[in-house]
Every structure is written in C-alpha cells, then in structure tokens.
Design a protein around this ligand. Structure first.
Ligand code: LLP
Length: 423
C-alpha cells in the first residue's frame, strides 16, 4: 500500500535513472516519458481485488496495454478504437474475467458491431443500450452501470454521479431495466458504479452501500460487482492517497454480505485509470522564450495545452520541475507563469479553475533548459490533440533500465494524411 505523504522537488535532472537532458536530446521535445516501475507498483497495491480492470482512457498506448496484460490486469474500453487497441495488445474477450469489457452510455454503430463480433461483455450505462444489444445479441450476459444519485470528482467536470450527470442508469430505473433485459433474453450478471474521477474516501465509501442495495434489487443473477475507478493521487504535497486497505475491506464486506444472501461467489473488480498511471508520466518540454510582461515573468515552452489539456480544462495543478541543460542546479528561484506556444491566451499550465493565471516558484532557468510537467501519465497524452496543427509528441517507456520509444513524433505527412482537396 502507498505511503500517505509525497514530496515534489522543483529541480529534477533525472527520471528513473535517466538524464532528462539525454532523453530530451535523443527523442526531442516535447515528449512524454513513462516509468513502468511506477505502474507496476500501483498494480501491486491493488492486488487484493479479484480483477483490476484498467480504464485505458487514461493512457491508451498499446505498449502500456500490453504490459498491463502481462501483469494480469484486464481492460475497460469505451469506444471502438479502445476495443481495437485492447485486441491489438493481445486481450481476449472470452477469458475469465473477460479481458475486455465495453462500458459506455451510448452504443455508436461501430462499437456495437465490434462488441457483437468479438463477444465482448457490455456494461450498459443507458436503458436503450439493453434493447440495442438485445436486438443483435440475444442471450448475452450484461452488466448495468448504475448512477446512485450522488457523485464526486476533483472537478465538477469529472463528477459522474447525480442528476446533473449523463452517466449510468438512474438508481430507480433498475426494475425497468430488468424488464427490458427479460424482453431481450439478456441476463444481468454484473453491477457497476463509478461516481467520478479524483474523488475521496468519504464519497467512495458511500458507493458500497448503494451497490449493495442495487444488487439486492437485481437479485441472484449478479456474479460480479465493480467498484469503478476514481481513486485520487497526490498532485500536491498536502494531498493524500486513499487508505487502500480500508477501502478494500469495505468492498470485501459488501461482497461477503451479497455472497451470503445469494449463496454463490461474487467477484470484486476495481476500475482505475489515474491511480495506475498518473505518477508514472512526465512531459518534458524545452523553455523556448522567457519574457517579462508587467509584473509577470513567463517561461514559454514548446509544449502547450494540445499536449497536456488538464490545466486549461479543469484548472488542474501539475507539479513542475526544471532540468538545466548542463545538469547544474541552482539556489536561485523566480516566481513565473508557465505557458505554451499556442495562439490562445488559455495556453497556460499555471492556471486555476476559471482560467485565472497563477504564478509558481521555480528555479531560475534560461532558454534551452528543460521544464518537466510531472504526474502527467493519466489523461495527458490521451487527451492531446493537433490543435494549431501541432504534431503529437513521442511517448517513451522506461523499462528495465532502458528507454523505449512506444510512439514516434508525428510528421507533416501524419498530420495531413486524411485530408484531400476536391477537384
Ligand atoms: N471507469 C469509468 C466508467 C470512467 O468513466 C472512468 C473515468 C474511470 C473508470 C477511471 O477513472 P479514474 O480512476 O481515472 O479516476 N480527464 C479527466 C478525468 C476523466 C475521467 C473519465 N472517466 C482528468 O484529466 O482528470
């Protein structure tokens, strides 16, 4: 289990034993680097659960998925593209527990087709999905994703419970769903709740209670329950981890009571994204300009919100460190605003929710030094884009002491490959 406190340094010359300057020179900047050892530790933390189902939306590179699979982790997929990634990484749907589960609130036509073709179990987040699946795959087992009527997240935008959220089947609609399932010859064997991302122990604990009630309503066909994801990790020194032992015990007790009632085994899954990968990831950028603007000094990087969108989307805080090009350290600090290259004022990494620019105390640096956005493994590259026609950056995995490129930098050809000018 993880320790309760974390500390972040604002100077970092290496990542998992590799010099930042060397990584930057070998792969160019910006680039994402992931330390596999960190992911492996987080997987081990959750080993008490019967299945760890990785929410690959957090970081979906197929090399990461492959390593997850080899470590005994299974995956969640939310789209046709995520199903294709999981298949490419070697997951099989008909293993036990299923290597892939499709969880969504909507079936688009591609995902419905793939789910049927590969016999992928579906976790339905809307009653309509039951009829849509029943029409093409009667006789299947399904899970229901229930919205328990409350939720919580690090931002209102990542709260997935309650009536303002579009997610899940409303907790009073279970009966109606069972009728729909019967009508379609589908059997509800799984129950799932995910109330938000970056939540806290207090809210997560309430989910066990809601889950027990929902399972009792469905009855003895239930064989698997999923606690969803949402486990927080510290982005700031004062933030803490959830006590995983206590969390597991709550769910274990819930599962035991259901087993007693139903008279058969209930499997307990957890579905984390952030917890597994956030701390493994670093976005290395180069400082390309330093300028004073009134009372502010800006460090302007070659990475922008096209590479890491969390600050502009949620006012999310990421620890930032500096690596001097020559490997030196300094006692000198400056209060700076850190921004990117995009033609948009919101392209600022040091901002708070609402877009208010804030300053950060960072080591004095020069143009050509490196700046590292840390704890960037989750929802970092995965949410990156080609905005301003920027090329998406390479991803590098550090594994067994070696640097392995797992996605190369895009080129102009990659950027333009799908576009045509009509006659
Ligand atoms: N299960 C379901 C059904 C989900 O929708 C999600 C996340 C997870 C599991 C994993 O949640 P986690 O363990 O990572 O908290 N882009 C936002 C986070 C959005 C989360 C979306 N769903 C961010 O950067 O904070």
């Amino acid at each position: 289990m993880t320790s309760a406190t974390t500390s972040f340094s604002t100077q970092r010359n290496e990542i998992a034993g590799h010099s930042v300057a060397e990584i930057a020179q070998r792969f160019g900047t910006p680039c994402y680097v992931y330390d596999w050892a960190s992911i492996a530790r987080r997987i081990a933390d959750l080993s008490a659960f019967d299945a760890i189902r990785y929410a690959q939306k957090a970081l979906s590179n197929i090399a990461i998925l492959d390593r997850m699979r080899r470590s005994g982790v299974v995956v969640d997929a939310v789209s046709a593209g995520e199903i294709e990634r999981a298949l490419r990484a070697g997951f099989v749907a008909n293993s036990h527990p299923s290597g892939i589960v499709y969880t969504a609130d909507v079936f688009d036509r591609e995902s419905l087709e793939l789910v049927v073709k590969h016999h992928i179990p579906v976790n339905c987040g809307s009653p309509d999905m039951i009829d849509q699946l029943g029409a093409v795959a009667p006789g299947s087992n399904i899970a229901l994703r229930i919205n328990p009527g409350f939720g919580h997240g690090h931002s209102q935008k990542t709260n997935t419970g309650g009536a303002q959220s579009k997610h899940g089947i409303w907790h009073t609609a279970i009966d109606e769903c069972l009728i729909r399932a019967d009508r379609n010859n589908l059997c509800v064997t799984g129950m799932h709740m995910h109330i938000g991302s970056g939540t806290d122990f207090e809210h997560l604990a309430q989910v066990c209670v809601a889950m027990e009630q929902a399972c009792l309503e469905v009855g003895r066909t239930v064989k698997t329950i999923s606690a969803g994801g949402g486990l927080p990790i510290p982005y700031k020194a004062e933030q803490t981890y959830v006590d995983l032992e206590q969390y597991y015990q709550l769910w274990h007790a819930t599962r035991n009571r259901l087993q007693d009632k139903f008279g058969h085994a209930i499997e307990l899954e957890i579905e984390p994204g952030r917890y597994l990968v956030a701390e493994s990831g670093y976005l290395i950028a180069e400082i390309r300009a330093i300028k004073a603007m009134g009372e502010n000094t800006f460090y302007l990087l070659d990475a922008g919100f096209n590479d890491l969108a969390r600050p502009i989307l949620y006012g999310a805080y990421h620890p930032i460190s500096v690596a001097h090009r020559d490997g030196s350290t300094t006692q000198l600090e400056r209060e700076v605003v850190v921004g990117g290259p995009l033609c948009e004022s919101g392209d600022i990494f040091t901002q708070e929710e609402g877009g208010f620019v804030s300053r950060r105390q960072l080591p004095a640096a020069s143009v050509g030094d490196y700046l590292i956005l840390e704890v960037a493994g989750a929802y970092g590259f995965a949410m990156s884009s080609n905005y301003n026609s920027k090329y998406r950056v390479p991803e590098v995995l550090i594994e067994d002491g070696q640097l392995k490129e797992i996605r190369r930098r895009e080129t102009a050809d990659d950027l333009l490959r799908l576009e045509t000018i009509p006659e």
